[in-house]
Unconditional design. Structure first.
Length: 388
């Protein structure tokens, strides 16, 4: 019966001698010790670094937010995938993915140092899944849009965004010098406001207040002047620089003399319809909710003897997971309503699509109401002319 083979022993002395030889070479030359491919692969197995965790993406659909911005602002972004391989002895390479998003109009590319990548990092983050790498590139682009006023922190788009253009690349912050630690006496915030430091506040406030009364005309309301000076002497840090603002109450005192000549003017027949026309021409504020717009559409349809529309909304599946919606209103095939009224396509979120439909219908209904008002006025004028 053959004897069982004993496990082969490791020549630890030879291994220690190999390590000492490489250390001695690096100590003499100051350069890394030369290694063959087999030696490098064997050392990589022994000293394999722990797996790197993927960067945090959160639960937000960053690709959907970016697609909405591109649709509304008519911009284009190119996504480029990059495969990275880490060699492993006896196994297939460890494949990881990186992705970059580039704006065609500006050339800004994300992630980049300062925007998704550390300033001293050798390369951008990579992921085990290609889709996660694309989400991260879209996240970096959206964060840059938020920092530059092109997108709100919630992901919505501002009604009055700043001009879209290239930005300066971020550089490492400059360490503060010794001169920057000295306290400042006065820091100008605006032409009419000065912020004073706690140490130098009393002398500065006194010198400024002393000059203000010299520029004023004789005060019309003596009791209020001591109270203003008292508040300034107590350390108030906001001082108005316009010293001619007090004589303003003189205008209301003279206005009653001019009111009697204006009394004969009669404009009552035009006032009921004027608020409706003016409200349609002025832009709606951002606080106007979807409920108020849809309710206004319902009221105007009833007033104009039109059927109240139904909102038909369907999700656009051309971009999976983008949360884009198409919508059209149903007026029961009323012949007085244009076929394309209120039709929207590829709008981000169902709620925003319904609100956009209501806004377009409200503009058209306000115009129809104004048109009918003008026809009614013309008819009344012609009737009055025939009666005379």
């Amino acid at each position: 019966m053959p004897a069982a083979s004993s496990p082969q022993r490791v020549d630890w002395a030879a291994l220690k001698a190999f390590i000492a030889d490489k250390e001695s070479f690096e100590a003499r030359t100051g350069y890394p010790a030369p290694l063959t491919e087999q030696e490098t692969a064997a050392i990589a197995i022994l000293l394999r670094p722990p797996p790197r965790p993927d960067p945090e993406l959160g639960s937000q659909n960053w690709i959907g937010l970016l697609n909405r911005f591109l649709q509304v602002r008519a911009e284009k972004v190119r996504f480029e995938d990059e495969a990275r391989q880490e060699p492993r002895l006896g196994k297939a390479p460890d494949l990881r993915w990186a992705c970059f998003a580039t704006f065609d109009s500006t050339g800004d590319k994300f992630p980049r140092p300062g925007d998704g990548t550390d300033l001293d990092a050798p390369q951008s983050p990579d992921f085990t899944r290609k889709q996660d790498a694309k989400q991260y590139a879209a996240k970096c682009a959206c964060k840059w849009l938020m920092d530059n006023g092109q997108m709100l922190p919630s992901g919505d788009l501002p009604k009055y965004p700043l001009a879209f253009g290239p930005s300066l690349k971020k550089t490492p912050p400059v360490p503060p010098t010794a001169a920057s630690t000295s306290p400042a006496v006065v820091t100008s915030v605006s032409p009419t406001v000065a912020v004073l430091s706690p140490v130098k506040a009393p002398p500065v406030s006194k010198t400024v207040v002393a000059k203000v009364p010299a520029k004023r005309s004789p005060p019309t309301t003596p009791p209020t002047e001591p109270s203003n000076n008292a508040r300034r002497q107590e350390g108030t840090t906001i001082i108005p620089s316009n010293s001619t603002a007090l004589p303003a109450p003189k205008q209301p005192l003279e206005s009653p003399r001019q009111k009697p000549p204006k009394a004969p003017r009669i404009t009552s027949p035009l006032k009921p319809s004027t608020p409706t026309s003016s409200s349609s021409s002025t832009p709606r504020s951002g606080s106007e909710s979807e409920v108020s717009v849809t309710k206004r559409v319902q009221e105007l349809c009833s007033h104009l003897h039109l059927p109240v529309p139904r909102y038909v909304l369907r999700e656009d599946t051309s971009v999976p997971g983008a949360d884009l919606w198409n919508g059209r209103p149903d007026f029961d095939d009323n012949p007085h309503v244009p076929d394309d009224l209120g039709v929207v396509t590829r709008v981000f979120t169902k709620k925003a699509a319904k609100e956009k439909m209501a806004e377009e219908m409200l503009d058209w209904l306000n115009g129809l109401l104004e048109e009918r008002r003008k026809h009614r006025e013309d008819f009344n004028k012609r009737s009055e002319g025939l009666g005379k």
